[in-house]
Write a protein that binds this ligand. Structure first.
Ligand code: HEM
Length: 437
């Protein structure tokens, strides 16, 4: 894609078998034009439905547009505000501690599945509020098949047919029904619980949230938003973490500095930002035009997809010096221009989990590097491969655990320390992030 930008400039098109011709924009000013464009003209929900299908339901924040989108977004935003997500640091630290304790010494492991286990546990505890161990185990068992059965093949019309339950689409529907059953059971139990007010997980906050007309969210609204948060928040964050380790283990200077600076929130924050710049998890975001529109000086027809090209923008040498280099220090020296760093998209569709994801990435990096010494089995970089709508390290982010390190603090104390220490810095970085898009 970067090659196409070099050849054709800031606006270029590509043709895909399923989507037809699409237009990419790869310049901060043009990206701003798209993100700030009228949401009635630039439909993100319709574009997301093309990639995500109908599994998320009729109320999903990801697939709705215009008024219905805004009304759901208002309900979902408060629990994900920068200040609010700090309450989940303890859950994040504990999930990491439990996972790292299982890693074998001296053997090669893939970090991406290990990160998925952590981020899944975090979503189930912090977002769904699951406390029952038996239900937790059932969720852990039933969610992974859901990820394995969604693939580009599902978009092909013949795959939609059931054919006696053997097609990927049929397997996917079965996997979805199994997870739905658990989500509805959790919602029912929580509605029946008298003491729901003491809880601070996202589901509890949504149970207390009210639409503008004073009505509460229905069971199917809650189910669709929980499924949306799971889909949007679990694998993305795990992949961001997998890339962070893939880069760190191949950049010894940065790994060394980070390991020595785990208490320096600015540096940990810079490592996360630099990871999401040099290896963005989502490489582009789409808007579908609802009417003929002029974009970047071109007349584009209704129905066309316009995509801010995240991965291209992040590698422009005029925006980032030595763009291929993994150098977190660039974030301490200064911020790039607005709309030059957009791993979380932008405008009224900007990722609502951006703060949550960054706090989680920082917490997991800290907790892992406090506990084990890692090295890469080879210095050759892992190539990115497309998995659903994300780009993941092709070999699963391979690593060898060399040693366990003596950890003196108890997890709870540690998390308490992060709470106090990271607070101001996280709030600051959220402001900084907004400044970019
Ligand atoms: C590193 C991790 C993550 C990355 C890279 C990421 C990236 C993105 C991107 C690129 C979008 C589309 C924005 C646009 O169209 O302009 C998005 C949307 C969204 N993300 Fe994330 N995300 C991450 C983590 C999370 C987490 C942890 C959650 C929640 C638990 C979450 C929930 C959502 C939701 C609900 C939307 C839809 C927002 C809307 O359409 O209004 N994401 N994310």
């Amino acid at each position: 894609m970067v090659k196409r930008w070099r050849r054709y400039g800031d606006v270029f098109s590509s043709r895909f078998p399923i989507f037809g011709r699409v237009v990419y924009v790869a310049d901060p000013t043009l990206v701003k034009e798209v993100f700030m464009g009228d949401p009635a003209t630039f439909h993100a929900g319709e574009a997301n439905s093309l990639a995500l299908g109908d599994a998320l339901g009729d109320h999903s924040l990801l697939t709705l547009d215009e008024e219905r989108h805004l009304s759901q977004r208002k309900l979902l935003l408060p629990p994900f505000h920068g200040e609010s997500v700090r309450r989940y640091i303890e859950v994040m630290a504990e999930a990491t501690e439990r996972e790292v304790a299982r890693w074998p010494i001296g053997k090669e492991i893939q970090l991406r599945p290990r990160m998925q286990a952590i981020t899944l546990e975090v979503i189930l505890r912090a977002v769904f509020g699951v406390r029952d161990d038996a239900r937790m185990d059932l969720f852990r068992e039933r969610i992974p098949p859901l990820g394995e059965t969604t693939s580009i093949l599902n978009w092909l019309p013949f795959m939609e047919r059931d054919l006696g339950g053997i097609t990927p689409a049929a397997r996917f529907r079965r996997a979805l029904a199994a997870v739905d059953e658990l989500i509805y059971a959790e919602i029912a139990d929580r509605r029946a619980e008298p003491s729901e007010d003491n809880r601070d997980d996202v589901l509890s906050l949504l149970l207390r949230a009210r639409h503008e007309d004073g009505s509460a969210m229905t069971d199917s609204e809650l189910r669709d938003e929980l499924m949306t948060l799971l889909t949007a928040g679990h694998e993305t964050t795990a992949t961001g973490l997998a890339w962070a380790f893939e880069r760190l283990l191949r950049t010894p200077r940065v790994l060394e500095r980070l390991t020595a600076s785990l208490d320096d929130d600015d540096y940990v924050d810079a490592v996360v930002k630099e990871t999401l710049r040099v290896r963005p998890v989502v490489v582009d975001v789409a808007r579908k035009l609802t009417r003929d529109t002029e974009v970047a000086g071109w007349h584009l027809p209704a129905g066309m997809l316009v995509l801010p090209a995240i991965a291209v923008l992040h590698k422009r040498p005029d925006l980032y010096e030595d763009p291929e280099e993994f150098r977190p220090e660039r974030w301490i020296e200064g911020n790039p221009e607005s709309y030059a760093w957009i791993p979380f998209g932008g405008g009224v569709r900007r990722c609502i989990g951006a703060s949550f994801a960054q706090v989680e990435m920082k917490t997991v990096l800290r907790e892992v590097l406090r506990r084990v010494r890692l090295r890469a089995p080879t210095q050759r970089p892992e190539r990115g491969v497309i998995r659903h709508v994300t780009v993941v390290p092709g070999r699963g982010a391979r690593a060898i655990v060399e040693d366990r390190l003596p950890v003196v603090e108890a997890a709870a104390e540690l998390a308490g320390a992060h709470n106090g220490r990271a607070g101001g810095a996280d709030a600051r970085s959220e402001v900084g992030v907004r400044g970019h898009d």
